[in-house]
Write a protein that binds this ligand. Structure first.
Ligand code: NAP
Length: 247
C-alpha cells in the first residue's frame, strides 16, 4: 500500500509544508486536523495538493491534547493506509504572557496541546511502529525550548519537555529500528509569529545571522532529511533550523 506519514497540525503553515514535502518524497499522507473546521479551512486543500503529487492523502481529525482521540486517530490512519512509517508531531499553540501574569489556563492549555500531545501520539503510534519494527518520528520543538523566551514560560517548558521526551523515546525505540528526532525552528513566518508584538518580531528578526525569517519549507526540508534513509543512523537529536538566531 506504500508508506504513510501522519503529520499533526497539517491544515496550514509548517505542518502543511511538511505534508507536501513528504508527499513529494512519495509518502501517502495522513493530514492531521484539529477539527472538522480545520479540514474545511485548509486540511482538505492540503490533502488535494498531496494527491496532485501522485500519492494518496486523507484528513484525520483529533485534538492531539486528548489521549483517547489520538488513539482513535492512529487506529483510523492504520485502517486507511495499512501502517504508519513516519509520525511528525507538529501541532502546537502559544498563549504568551509574562511569568507573573500567566494564568493557570494559559499554562495548562499550552502544556496539553504542545507537550502532552507528543506523548499521546508517540504512545499510540509508537506501539504500532514497535510491532512493525521500523519507523521514524520527528517532534517539532522550538529554540524557545532550548534557550527560553521572554513571555513564553508555558511554551518554553513544553518545548523543552519535547526534547527530553524525544531523547528518551529514541533510547526506548531504537532497538526496534525506530528513530526519534526533534526539529527546533527559530523564527518562521506563519500565523503563530504574525501574532507576536511588533517589537518582539523586530528583535527576533534582527538577531538572525542569515538576515531573513525562516520559511515553512526550511523546516519541512529538515524533517524530510531526518525521516530519509540518509539519516538512518541519526536518532535522539535536535536539529536547529533558525538561520543562526541562537547558538
Ligand atoms: P500555526 O500556523 O498556528 O499552525 C498550528 C497547527 O496546529 C494548526 O493546523 C492547528 O490547527 C494545529 N493545532 C493546534 N492545536 C491543536 C490541537 N490541540 N490538536 C490538533 N491540532 C492542533 O503554527 P506554526 O507556526 O505552523 O507552528 C507549527 C509548529 O512549529 C508548532 O509546534 C510550533 O510550536 C512550532 N514552531 C513554530 C515556530 C514559528 O516561528 N512559527 C517556531 C518554532 C516552533 P487549528 O488552527 O485548526 O487549531
Amino acid at each position: 500500500m506504500g508508506k504513510c506519514a501522519l503529520v499533526t497540525g497539517a491544515s496550514r503553515s509548517i505542518g502543511a509544508a511538511i505534508a507536501l514535502k513528504l508527499a513529494q518524497k512519495g509518502y501517502n499522507i495522513a493530514v492531521g486536523c484539529h477539527s472538522h473546521a480545520s479540514v474545511e479551512n485548509g486540511g482538505e486543500a492540503i490533502a488535494a495538493q498531496c494527491r496532485e503529487l501522485g500519492v494518496e492523502a486523507a484528513c484525520f481529525v483529533a485534538d492531539v491534547a486528548d489521549f483517547s482521540q489520538c488513539e482513535r486517530m492512529v487506529g483510523e490512519v492504520i485502517t486507511h493506509f495499512g501502517s504508519i512509517e513516519v509520525l511528525v508531531n507538529n501541532a502546537g499553540i502559544t498563549k504568551d504572557a509574562l511569568l507573573v501574569q500567566m494564568s493557570e489556563e494559559q499554562y495548562d492549555s499550552v502544556i496539553s496541546a504542545d507537550l502532552k500531545s507528543v506523548f499521546n501520539m508517540m504512545r499510540h503510534a509508537g506501539k504500532r511502529m514497535m510491532k512493525a519494527k521500523h519507523g521514524a518520528i520527528v517532534n517539532i520543538t522550538s529554540v524557545a525550548g532550548l534557550y527560553g523566551n521572554r513571555g513564553q514560560t508555558n511554551y518554553s517548558a513544553a518545548k523543552a519537555g519535547i526534547v527530553g521526551m524525544t531523547k528518551t523515546a529514541a533510547k526506548e525505540l531504537g532497538a526496534r529500528g525506530i528513530t526519534v528526532n526533534a526539529v527546533a525552528p527559530g523564527f518562521i513566518e506563519t500565523p503563530m509569529t504574525a501574532a507576536m508584538p511588533e517589537k518582539a518580531r523586530d528583535a527576533a528578526l534582527g538577531s538572525i545571522a542569515l538576515r531573513r525569517p525562516g520559511t515553512c519549507e526550511d523546516v519541512a526540508n529538515a524533517v524530510a532529511f531526518l525521516v530519509s534513509e540518509e539519516a538512518a543512523y541519526i536518532t535522539g537529536q535536535v536539529l536547529v533550523v533558525d538561520g543562526c538566531m541562537t547558538m
